[in-house]
Design a protein around this ligand. Sequence first.
Ligand code: ADP
Ligand code: MG
Length: 704
Amino acid sequence: MRPALLNPLFASAQTLAGIGPRLILLLKKCLTLPPGISEPRVIDVLWHMPTGVIDRRSQPRLTEAIPGTIVTLELRVLKHKPSPRGNTKAPYKVTCEDDTGRIDLVFFHAEHKFIERQLPVGEIRFVSGRIERYGDNLQMAHPDYIVSPEAKNEMPLLEPVYPLTAGLSGKITLKAARQAVERVPDVPEWQEAQWLKARAWPNFKDAVGRVHQPHEAQDVSMGAAPWQRLAFDELLAGQLAFALVRKNLKTERGRKLSGSGEIRAKIASALPFSLTGSQTTALEEISADLAASHRMLRLLQGDVGSGKTVVALMTMAIAVEAGAQAAMMAPTEVLARQHIDTIAPLAEAAGLRLALLTGREKGKARDAVLSRLASGEIDILVGTHALFQPDVAFKDLAIAVIDEQHRFGVHQRMALQAKGANGDTNVLVMTATPIPRTLLMTHYGDLDVSKLTEKPAGRKPVVTKAAPIELLERLIDRIRAQLAEGAQVYWVCPLIETSEASDLAAAEERFAYLRQLFGDVVGLLHGGMAAKEKDETMAAFAANRLKILVATTVIEVGVNVPNANIMVIEHAERFGLAQLHQLRGRVGRGARESFCMLLYKAPLGETAEQRLKMMEETEDGFKIAEKDLELRGGGEILGARQSGAPGFRIAEVPGYENLLEAARDDAVLMLEKDPNLVSPRGQALRTLLYLFECDEAVRLFRAA
Ligand code: ADP
Ligand code: MG
């Protein structure tokens, strides 16, 4: 149970004064909520960090005020000059004064009653906003604050600025944030006194207070003590949670899986190539993991085209050699089918029984797969999310391989893991996104990692060129020449964020245009097509009956057509680096010289320009990932948006790497000293884990 003292923070944000059913919806739009939370809570308001601060501390007399700056003035109201009746364009002016001069407060489209109430003639008011010179006069248009002397404290002299959304004002947000701060209880200190003292970090309650009610303008910055403190809290919670989960995984009795090697040998001899050094090393690491008594949780990182599929198949073969079953999950149906196609001949040579399960298998066909799966007549099941369905039951699932991990969330991974009879399924996740170590650590803790660093022999470099769309005709001429030599082309159409419909329209338009030029060797592939059509189109391209495949990003991951050697990406400026790199990885797989054309629409923004330049300069996935991290921040690389992976609220990487190692060390040391978190600091750390909603970890120490 969550400690009762935290309960006020986990109440709905509607319990805050000023937040009702309408505003809660706006808050929901603008706050980052953890996966599974649909209504903002007080704590979510607390974690809504300001992005800047408006400094209203300058309180000059009128003669001293500098036009163009934000000031807070103490004024006496002299007279109202409403806009003339019928002239809505003219503003409503209120003339005010102090001992040194006069100023007009100016309101456009104002509600007269409101102004009369706010600024009664003869009274003193504190008024804050940007002061301007207008002709010979001073004026202030639409002051941000007008308060009476008694209410002066309500005006924040250092006002935090929050990310907002239409209809949600800064004032409302600030008011909510201040109330959230008031709800923060006195919590036991979970950080070591020495550590805090050495850095002059405030306690938790003061830290959140200073973020939302800064004392200094610098308080709203990543380097400020309160932010550092909170980031460290979050990192420590994360590292502690990972350490707990890992310790549990390692000690939890997994099953020792080892096989005769017979099936693997058959697969190897059916392969038209020999394994690369890093494929062999990865397989050694994997089989050592499987033979050990703990459960495997390993990440296989390998750039696109590095040959992860074979490693996956060999891994699954170990399960079968040991008399159990394996499953492999792909993010899309196209990919699942492609895996089956690649694997099938090898599986057949090795006597493995394969089956496919996607959303499309229905009725009798599906029932047949399910019953063979339950009776153990299927060795390896390949599929999509459909593998999670509750009625999918294995006889004995020992290994689950998840391809392109960044598209799946942690929850899905755990759901698949639980498909094993004892929840002890070994998991291999494969990703083509080289995840920098800092990110891996923040999001997964010390996950075991195998890397495929060599490209299979015969891989060709891909010549990459960015060009404005105006050069389309020149490109078409080149493609015509290439087609004559037997080339095949992927043509990826823009990702337009506004709607799927317009996305599709762009692809269809390009398809029509190319068809006109090149005839029926041009095909179209998009997400909205019926699955059967998709397969047929993909198959026609793979069989070289189609020469140009126009596609939306459905081909993004994993598709393998070695003869395809040209990748055209339209509106390349709209894609992220990781995506561009993935797309480019589709070519350069066969004997032909390969090209990647990045067509963009000028003018390019600065980031987009850097991205395209990076693509021209290197094919090194790791370098690209680091640049991506620099340009975009961590959450997006891991696809947190799509997958619901754990996001960070304060401790975004890049930015807090410096604290990460320390948090990791602290977590590991702590668990060595007090594995069940029962000491006074251990108890306090439990509160921290609840506070940052590390539920998985909480469940573990609760069970202990
Ligand atoms: P990815 O890592 O992107 O999933 P794939 O597994 O699809 O890569 O492999 C890409 C291509 O490389 C496939 O055609 C595969 O048959 C081939 N391949 C894999 N391993 C080797 C190897 N050791 N030598 C030569 N070709 C290989
Ligand atoms: Mg792949």
